[in-house]
Design a binder for this molecule. Structure first.
Ligand code: IPD
Ligand code: CA
Ligand code: CA
Ligand code: CA
Length: 260
């Protein structure tokens, strides 16, 4: 199921149009009364907008790539058991807590893998109006302009994207990682924080993540020369959750030597 470069470029353009449409719909819904529900507890929320946007994205992916399998956070996709063939991975609102309480600092994310190979990725910072898009074959753009690869800055010379639970509980020796860096930054959206690594604003980001939290970031990051792995340095698995690190090459080296 190879896709020729011209077809991939066309798919990339269509997928970006879908992301822009999704953003417009989410912004419009923010002007109406939203319904918020707890999933597993008071720190795990879902809104009507998460669901309606997932419904929209799944529908659009089916139109663009009818035979594909879709793994989507809120369960409106397929039960994906293998990365064989065409697989799309969708996070309709990343940072739902921020979406509800800040109305800022959240992202829409979508990624496309062929036989497990990172192929296309999209992270849309909705309120910042920044769409990171593309992949290894088509290149990476920020709002349709080519995005330069971030410099290979070391951990000691950069800010580190932390996750609050890992830092508070000092999981994986996170406090040592953070004090080796210039300092921690915590946003509460994996998508936004990964986009900050893409943009060279952070040298790395480490968090306990599910596949839809890092699927797009992996495609975009690897295309820009960043590295992504589990916290023990082994490859990430697109069908399971774990502590995932995305970083510059030199920050990754330093971090893997510190984590326990
Ligand atoms: C969450 C956010 C958060 C991260 C969590 C994710 P959601 O995504 O990205 O920053 O720490 O692990 O689950 O549930 O808002 O899409
Ligand atoms: Ca969620
Ligand atoms: Ca998420
Ligand atoms: Ca989500």
């Amino acid at each position: 199921i190879k896709v020729e470069l011209a077809a991939l470029a066309e798919l990339n353009a269509s997928a970006q149009a879908v992301m822009r449409q999704a953003r417009a719909q989410v912004l419009a819904k923010m002007g109406t009364k939203m319904t918020v529900a707890e999933k597993t507890g008071r720190k795990d929320l879902v809104t009507n907008v998460d669901r309606s946007n997932e419904h929209f994205l799944v529908q659009q992916i089916r139109r663009l790539d009818p035979a594909a399998q879709i793994l989507a956070e809120e369960g409106l996709g397929d039960e994906v058991k293998s990365m064989a063939g065409h697989v799309w991975i969708v996070d309709p609102i990343d940072g739902t807590m921020n979406f509800v309480h800040q109305r800022n600092h959240f992202a829409i994310m979508m990624a496309f893998y062929i036989d497990g190979e990172p192929t296309l990725g999209y992270i849309y910072d909705v309120m910042g109006d920044k769409l990171y898009a593309g992949g290894p074959a088509v290149g990476v753009t920020l709002n349709a302009e080519p995005l330069a690869a971030p410099l290979d800055v070391s951990l000691a010379d950069g800010l580190f994207g932390a996750s609050a639970p890992l830092l508070i509980h000092d999981r994986f020796n996170m406090q040592q990682v953070v004090s080796t860096s210039l300092g921690p930054r915590i946003v509460g959206s994996a998508g936004i924080q990964i986009s900050q690594v893409l943009a060279g604003e952070l040298v790395g980001y480490l968090s306990y993540l599910r596949p839809w939290d890092f699927a797009a970031g992996r495609v975009l990051g690897e295309s820009l020369g960043l590295v992504i792995s589990q916290v023990d340095g082994t490859p990430v698995n697109m069908l399971s959750s774990g502590a995932v690190l995305i970083a510059t090459k030199s920050a990754q080296r330093a971090i893997l030597a510190i984590v326990k």
